[in-house]
Design a protein around this ligand. Structure first.
Ligand SMILES: Nc1ncnc2c1ncn2[C@@H]1O[C@H](COP(=O)(O)OP(=O)(O)O)[C@@H](O)[C@H]1O
Ligand SMILES: [Mg+2]
Length: 629
């Protein structure tokens, strides 16, 4: 009041004639009189002090869990989307019910003219004619009620906030706490806030071990998210294994740089981050394959073991038709008998015990090599084709002695291989192709060292860039998933025994649709059942899977059902969005509506640890990514 009076006096002083001064004096004295009559100057009452707006009456369009809040124009800037607000009903003696609610702004802030609809003809006409017609306006936001606050805890609301209740914006600290944004794996900053980091905890069993999906169109920011995540997980002491189908991550140990990462470097600087390579990185590649980073010191080959693969999964991966599958299983059965009769397995009592435990839906027959299987299949095919010198081509030394050869021939004749020679030759041919790849049972290289792969902070890139065969990739992925799972079983037992902390492992599967599309799962149900089992047990054994794909529409519901955390980058396809909406709970419409228009690096993040899904500007990656087309 006093300020206003001063201002009027100032203006009057600038008016040499003194006319306005006189007017001001008259005006002010009559105004003061009126104020006195009305009971003194207006004071914002205690209950509403610091509020940004008030809840509105409901309309027929009102929905149960959301409420409309109106704000004066000058408060609009304080209520960006995603802000948390507290709605405090007035005290009982002032007509309220005294309840207090926590909510999140899910739509708005919108600016609406006072007393007019924004699309009123008057407003529209003057605007399109270029006239300046700016009625006073106010803000409107839609608030989703997260719960009622009772004694410091949040409980599901039983009522709605009453109309005209004051609304307060939570400060950043309380917001971060309420949204549970804390953790040791920082993803980025919450959109709409000055600088509010969003992190996930790598310590909790109910976050990463309950599996993650990183989805979005090409260019949306998935690889950037993955490489940042890998570095953070490693630094937090989690072992990470990445199936790198394109060789994108094989330079991740180097700091971001180079011409193709110019934009990333600028983004890092804006965020106040420095380029830095990921520590403790190993590259592993399949024996005989090239690497996209061949000069890196810790780059080694590994091979697969035929005996680790379930014969049922193997028949699926080879893509055999029904008749061929029959032949395959017949040959497998004969090979198994031969190994037993020749005492290759079981050879001793320990082997006997192992044989009793054997589950051939999970793995193959111990010590059976692809060469064994090929030799017997060919022998069978020769016999069916009535070749003169059937069995002459046996290459396994233990099969080649005259006694062994006679024994095997007897086994085959007892088993009575049926069918046309053609289907036998087909199976023989697929096994021959696999043999020529040279990826099985290589004595020099051996399986990946799973103990090493699960060491705290170890980051292993499985460089699959040179395989260009989805079948081989699937063989590798299923071997390593199984191996890691068994290793984690062992690690779990060891940690129980020594009361030591359990090793934590996250496995990133890039191009997950190649491995787990609906189509492939139909062709390879056994393989998928293995993955599903690992996913289910992975929760107990701290083995988290992270599926990355630009074609989430190819992931069947069974896979989406395994995933509890999502990082959703831009997805433009409305059909894909509506399908994801059905599988992913808790994301409000306002966020879904933004999904098609997200900028590269922005993502909707939902996680077991977060109180609600959040739009996040994912941090640019400090590590080098190889750009691939
Ligand atoms: N978090 C981010 N911060 C800054 N820029 C990003 C971010 N994510 C992606 N970008 C930009 O978008 C480009 C494509 O991102 P990328 O991670 O390769 O997408 P995707 O793997 O989904 O195809 C990057 O080269 C970079 O310029
Ligand atoms: Mg990518």
């Amino acid at each position: 009041m006093a300020e206003r009076q001063d201002e009027l006096h100032e203006r009057a002083a600038a008016d040499p004639s003194g006319v306005s001064r006189q007017m001001a004096d008259n005006f002010m004295s009559s105004l003061e009189e009126e104020i006195d009559q009305a009971g003194g100057e207006w004071q914002e009452d205690e209950e509403t002090l610091g509020s940004v707006g008030f809840t509105m009456y409901d309309t027929p369009a009102s929905k149960d869990n959301t409420i409309t809040v109106l704000l004066p124009a000058e408060q609009i800037g304080k209520t960006p989307a995603q802000s948390l607000v507290r709605i405090k009903s007035r005290k009982k003696e002032r007509g309220g019910d005294g309840r207090q609610y926590l909510g999140a702004i899910i739509e708005g802030p919108f600016a609406e003219p006072d007393g007019l609809r924004a699309d009123a003809p008057l407003v529209v006409t003057t605007t399109v004619r270029g006239a300046r017609f700016m009625p006073r306006y106010h803000g409107r936001v839609q608030v989703e009620i997260m719960g009622e606050e009772i004694g410091g805890t949040l409980v599901p609301p039983r009522f709605r906030p009453l109309p005209n209740s004051p609304v307060f914006v939570l400060d950043q600290e309380e917001t971060a706490e309420r949204l549970r944004l804390g953790g040791d794996v920082t993803l980025g900053l919450a959109v709409g806030y000055e600088k509010m980091p969003v992190a996930l905890p790598a310590t909790r069993k109910d976050v990463f071990p309950r599996h993650t999906g990183i989805l979005g169109t090409t260019g949306g920011g998935k690889s950037t998210t993955v490489s940042g995540l890998v570095g953070k997980l490693g630094a937090a002491g989690v072992a990470v294994v990445i199936f790198d189908t394109e060789g994108e991550y094989t330079k991740i140990m180097e700091p971001a740089g180079g011409d193709e990462m110019r934009e990333m470097l600028a983004a890092l600087e804006r965020r106040g981050l420095k380029p830095a390579g990921v520590k403790n990185v190993a590259i592993r590649r399949l024996v005989g394959r090239e690497s996209t980073n061949p000069t890196y010191s810790d780059n080694r080959e590994f091979s697969l073991e035929f005996s680790n693969i379930s014969p049922y999964a193997m028949a699926e991966i080879l893509g055999l038709n029904e008749a061929q599958q029959d032949r395959f299983h017949k040959a497998y059965e004969i090979t198994r008998r031969a190994l037993m009769d020749l005492k290759i397995f079981p050879a001793d009592e320990k082997d006997q015990a192992e044989l009793l435990e054997l589950d051939e839906m999970e793995r193959g027959f111990p010590r059976m090599t692809l060469r064994h299987m090929y030799d017997i299949t060919r022998f069978c095919a020769d016999i069916v084709a009535k070749e003169e010198d059937a069995g002459a081509s046996l290459r396994t030394p233990a099969f080649r002695t005259p006694a062994a050869r006679a024994q095997i021939e007897q086994l085959i004749k007892t088993a009575k291989p049926e069918g046309h020679a053609g289907s036998w030759r087909k199976v023989q041919g697929s096994l021959a192709r696999l043999l020529r790849l040279g990826i099985f049972d290589d004595q020099q290289t051996g399986l990946p060292d799973y103990d090493d792969l699960t060491r705290p902070g170890r980051v292993t890139i499985i460089d699959l860039s040179d395989t260009d065969s989805p079948q081989v990739n699937n063989l590798v992925i299923s071997e390593i998933l199984r191996g890691l799972h068994r290793q984690q079983d062992e690690n779990y037992r060891a940690s129980e025994k020594d009361k030591a902390p359990l090793r934590r492992v996250v496995v990133v599967i890039e191009e997950a649709h190649e491995f787990l599309s609906a189509e492939r799962i139909r062709q390879m149900p056994v393989l998928f059942q293995q993955v599903a089992r690992i996913a289910r047990r992975g929760r107990k054994r701290w083995l988290g899977l992270c599926f990355v794909t630009q074609l989430p529409q190819h992931l069947p519901d069974e896979v989406l059902g395994l995933i509890n955390n999502y990082v959703l980058h831009k997805i433009a396809d409305a059909n894909v969005i509506s399908r994801l909406r059905r599988s992913i709970g808790g994301v409000d419409d306002g966020l879904w509506n933004r999904l098609p228009n997200l900028a590269p690096g922005q993502a909707i993040v939902t996680a077991a640890s977060l109180a609600r899904p959040l739009l996040v500007a994912i941090d640019p990656t400090p590590a080098k990514l190889r750009m691939i087309e």
